[in-house]
Design a protein around this ligand. Sequence first.
Ligand code: G3P
Ligand code: MG
Length: 257
Amino acid sequence: MPQATPWPYPRWIAHRGAGKLAPENTLAAFRLGASHGYRMFECDVKLSSDGVPFLLHDATLTRTTNAVDKLGLNSRAAAGDHPWGTLAQLDAGSWHSRAFAGEPLPTLEAIARYCLRNAYFLNIEIKPTPGLERHTGDVVARHTARLWQNAAVPPLLSSFDVTALEAAMQVQPELPRGLLLDALWPGWLETALRLGCVTIICDHALWDQSSMAQAKSAGFKTLSYTVNDEATARRLLDLGLDGIITDRVDLFTPASL
Ligand code: G3P
Ligand code: MG
């Protein structure tokens, strides 16, 4: 059975801060999600070359920053090849719209301050630079434990990457973990049990009566990403889903659902 961790998290989780309404994985996105009533946020975290955990989805900086145009950085270079001092200069908002021009990449520490001051919940998706899976799981878990050491509710750590979750479990076993799945690969349930996960977070198309029954009967909370329409949300809630990660903070109002 998974460890008997209580489930203190809200049902509705804003994906990358506020989905597509603001530049993903920025503090501006969190603020926008919060303005729509969201109290829990998902974000993607990786490491700079000098070990600073920061928010970014992609392996490279090209899509969501001005790194190539303004700093002349190689578009194929991994974001994690750069030190934080370089990453901190980037504009992570202009690609989205002029209203967000100048929005910086946030560190995990900045997001921790924001969430702790507002009593918001966080789901940290560990999104390692390829090749740095173990190191990233280790460092992100250590920073999370330090930053939230006095918090009533710690962040939920999740990852598609089993090695990253293993590393997180080894260094900070007390932090709740979730296994992300984009396929029900052989051994998914046993792996989640072995990793001491409290939740399984599936692509919404993977949840049906069978997968839901297997996860629930093994003691897992069940979450889903990225649910952006009402029919899908209704289908999942009728199956007994416990949490929904959505881009559509403008469509789903947490207080009324
Ligand atoms: O954590 C759920 C979801 O964010 C996983 O997919 O690619 O949006 O990080 P992705
Ligand atoms: Mg994510």
